[in-house]
Design a protein around this ligand. Structure first.
Ligand code: NCD
Ligand code: ZN
Ligand code: ZN
Ligand code: ZN
Length: 366
């Protein structure tokens, strides 16, 4: 049995409020624990989106009573809310800027709006961007001009990872994440998945792009699932929304890669624990660990998953490595397929919430 620290996923969509038929804080954090994640950072493209104090307060209240694992909530940048969200920074895990079209209404069209956010958001708090291609070059320049960090979400293409590599070589404070689906799937999988189910942003890329991600794994700071649940009825319907669920397959995909010698276990833990913890300034979760059977093989079956959407783009794949037990802050939270941590057990990891609890869990890295 392998003992690992609790995994951290810096990019999930828990769909609450507004679309809890897809997922909510209860089901999404159950999926997280089943997948070995003890902390998840939830994106603000909900309905309504988290763009002001009221929408944030409502999501906080729902998360407080329903989350089973620890969490943070992102605020979302709108065209006109830069000073307002900056004032709420201590209550969020970060600010998310959408520079390209994706699921939901949050999108920054004006360059001046992007710039205003990069200027107003506190320099010591995380700022994450959905930005590919030219949008990526644009946000990297603006962040450099403002002398601030930026975290690039779900890097999927060769030109993008090479641009980030070049920015890092210049000493710019840029970090990035890649998703398991961009590491393991390509355009060639689209016909197998079906075009609706294969919809995801960024789109599945070429084999060359996929290989560039693997070849530049040293440039990558973390794995993020971008767990983006939509129901099968929606994915197979006339207007399939983009997004894949991923919380319950990420660790086994990475452990399979470790078993195949494609990366070390040490590199995996950098990408799934210490990397995200460091970038997002999260506390070390005390008395928190996973017990994983690294050799057991299992087949991905959507209907066996905890996520409410109950499907997977990896359906039918045989993976190696399974979470047996999760202990979160001293409590058995998951054991052999059963989620044991109750709704409300999860804690908000934002600086303001930690301050309110009296600064627990401030221990340094282990
Ligand atoms: C995400 C969603 O469904 O919220 N979809 C996706 O394809 N990744 C939005 C996003 O992360 O861009
Ligand atoms: Zn995105
Ligand atoms: Zn996302
Ligand atoms: Zn640690």
């Amino acid at each position: 049995m392998l003992r690992l620290p609790g995994l951290i996923d810096p990019h999930v969509h828990l769909r609450e409020p507004g679309a809890i038929h897809k997922e909510d804080f209860e089901s999404g954090t159950a999926a997280a624990l089943a997948g070995g994640f003890t902390a998840v950072l939830a994106m603000p493209n909900t309905d309504p989106p988290l763009t002001d104090a009221l929408s944030l307060a409502r999501a906080q209240a729902a998360a407080r009573s329903k989350a089973r694992c620890d969490y943070g909530l992102y605020l979302g940048g709108a065209e006109d809310n830069a000073p307002q969200v900056a004032g709420l920074a201590p209550s969020a895990c970060g600010l998310k800027l959408y520079l390209d079209q994706t699921y939901g209404p949050l999108r920054l069209v004006e360059t001046t709006a992007v710039w205003a956010h990069l200027r107003a958001w506190p320099k010591d708090r995380p700022l994450a961007a959905h930005a590919g291609g030219r949008s990526l070059a644009m946000v990297l320049l603006l962040a450099a001009l403002e002398g601030r960090s930026v975290h690039v979400c779900h890097v999927s293409r060769r030109e993008e990872i090479l641009l980030i590599r070049a920015a890092k070589e210049k000493g710019l404070p840029v970090t990035c994440e890649v998703t398991p689906h961009h590491l393991f799937l390509t355009q060639a999988d689209v016909p197998l998945l079906g075009s609706g189910r294969a919809e995801v942003r960024p789109r599945l890329a070429t084999e060359q792009d996929r290989q560039a991600l693997w070849e530049n794994l040293k440039v990558v700071d973390c794995i993020a699932t971008d767990h983006a649940p939509h129901t099968l009825a929606e994915k197979d319907g006339p207007q399939p929304p983009p997004g894949f669920p991923g919380l319950e397959t990420a660790l086994a995909l990475m452990l399979t890669a470790v078993a195949e010698g494609r990366l070390s276990q040490e590199a995996m833990l950098r990408l799934m624990h210490s990397g995200p913890r460091c970038i997002f300034g999260l506390p070390e979760q005390e008395e928190t660990w996973l017990e994983v059977d690294p050799d057991v093989q299992w087949e991905v079956r959507g209907e066996a998953l905890q996520t409410r959407c109950r499907w997977s783009p990896f359906e039918g794949m045989r993976l190696r490595g399974r979470v047996r037990r999760v202990t979160l802050r001293g409590r058995l939270a998951f054991e052999d397929g059963e989620v044991l941590a109750p709704p409300g057990f999860g804690r908000d990891l934002s600086p303001a919430a930690r301050e309110q609890r009296g600064g627990e869990g401030e221990r340094g890295p282990t």
